[in-house]
Ligand binder design. Sequence first.
Ligand code: SAM
Length: 269
Amino acid sequence: MLVSMDAEELAARWRERLESWAIPPEIVAAAPADPWSHSPERFGTRTDRALSEPDDGPTMSRLAEALPDQGTLLDVGSGPGAASLPLRGRIGHLYAVDTSAAMLDGLVIRAEKLGVPVTAVEGRWPDVADQVPVVDVTIAAHVVYNVPDLAEFLRALDARTRGRVVLELPHRHPMSWMTPLWQHFHGVSRPVRPIAEDCVALAAALGFAVRVEEREAPLERFTSLEELAASACRRICLDPARAAEVAATAQELGMWPVPRDRWVTVWWE
Ligand SMILES: C[S@@+](CC[C@H](N)C(=O)[O-])C[C@H]1O[C@@H](n2cnc3c(N)ncnc32)[C@H](O)[C@@H]1O
């Protein structure tokens, strides 16, 4: 028997599953740094690579074919612009929304160098949705696993878009690769859901005619074992002084090199 769930149930499941990723409070309390924060430097490097090595994968292709020449593009959870600035010559005006001022500063500096007219809006989507106009095309890349109220987030993207909405997300939660390290260092099991299909099911239940394409991530997650260890220390709430131990453990557990993620592109008109 086919059981179909309505959008409300799927939205509640998404929220519960995201909540199941919460780090035990006693571990967070002892953490030397915020385990959830995104580094503007790391995403700046990702953006510079996206600008210097053009990618013809599904996300850029779906955006490029839908964006009218000199059209308006909205990038939600923009970071420094890895998912929008590569379309530089085609963009009439870019609206970038992010909760992080440091990420937006990185985007504005790059946009100005590239000659892309830009408006940066600092704040949480959808709270700040009324600060941007209705645009031709919208992208939200690598954001949905940060968003507990996903139905509200997706509806606001749709309401602010005349043409196509594009999402890009890894197939699994972006912290999934560290599951063996959580077990090893803290004896803590990590969840599996939500996964990309949960987001796709919710978008479809909201009434959007979603299409989906999946591929291997074009970028390695880390370029060295040292980089992995530094990142893992922060994410799993360990002192950075333990980086060598984390690196050795990652090797012993067969976690290096980290297999590439699968990235999923979801879009609707
Ligand atoms: C993983 S980064 C992705 C950045 C960029 N889109 C990319 O693909 O490289 C996620 C970004 O979304 C921002 N963010 C998370 N939730 C948000 C929300 N509800 N509204 C606006 N920005 C959000 C974070 O501050 C961060 O800059």
